[in-house]
Design a protein around this ligand. Sequence first.
Ligand code: PGA
Length: 254
Amino acid sequence: MNRARRPVIAGNWKMNKTASEAAQFCRDLKARLGDPLPSAPEVILFPPFTALPAVAHEMNGSAVAWGGQNLHWEESGAFTGEISGRFLAELGCRHVLVGHSERRALFGETDETCGRKVAAAVRSDLVPVLCCGESPVERDAGYTLSIIQAQLDTALMGSAEIPVVVAYEPVWAIGTGRNATPEQAQEVHAFIRQWLAGRFSPAFGAAARVLYGGSVKPDNVADLMAQPDVDGALVGGASLDLDSFVKLVRVPSA
Ligand code: PGA
């Protein structure tokens, strides 16, 4: 972690928590966090769409932000079941996840659709949190960095400097309990930062926040965040439980 970049702890709830469960979690979270410390990380919750109004209601005026887990690349139209950036922005979202590996693996998202979604997010004044990561086969074959490069090349193609956050989430570490070692994370994070510096500018690369995701827990977050290019965590399973999420939020400023 580099103190010049504000760390981020983001909770990706995936398809968990109804609106009322989310509201209760938020009330409990506010009570447990108290007044935020000046050095506290930026905290972002990514609830399911149906819980966004409840989270917005509970967290309005707090230091905790919220965002969508996905968006469509068009603003409106005949796209049954889809949600656009405008809808998220109206609910007070400032961020949106793009290209999570579950969306790529289970719902057919490609680097091309990610690129369209990144552009759509920016048009709606949302910060895209672009997820990238290699499969176990790709890692074992030594293709990790070239896969990451291809994912970034396509998803950020044609974009001028935009307020993007990149989340490195090795597919083999998501929900498996097998997280990347701090050294494995650092190698890829440094590569992503270098890519951003080359694609946009050295200043952009130096300021951009690159999060790690994949089986982050209270007992491994400090070692991961001690790496110079790891600026925070995108947390799935451990963000659903109040105790572990509170611990995760407290660790970076400890
Ligand atoms: P996990 O999920 O923390 O449960 O591994 C991370 C993610 O999918 O964003």
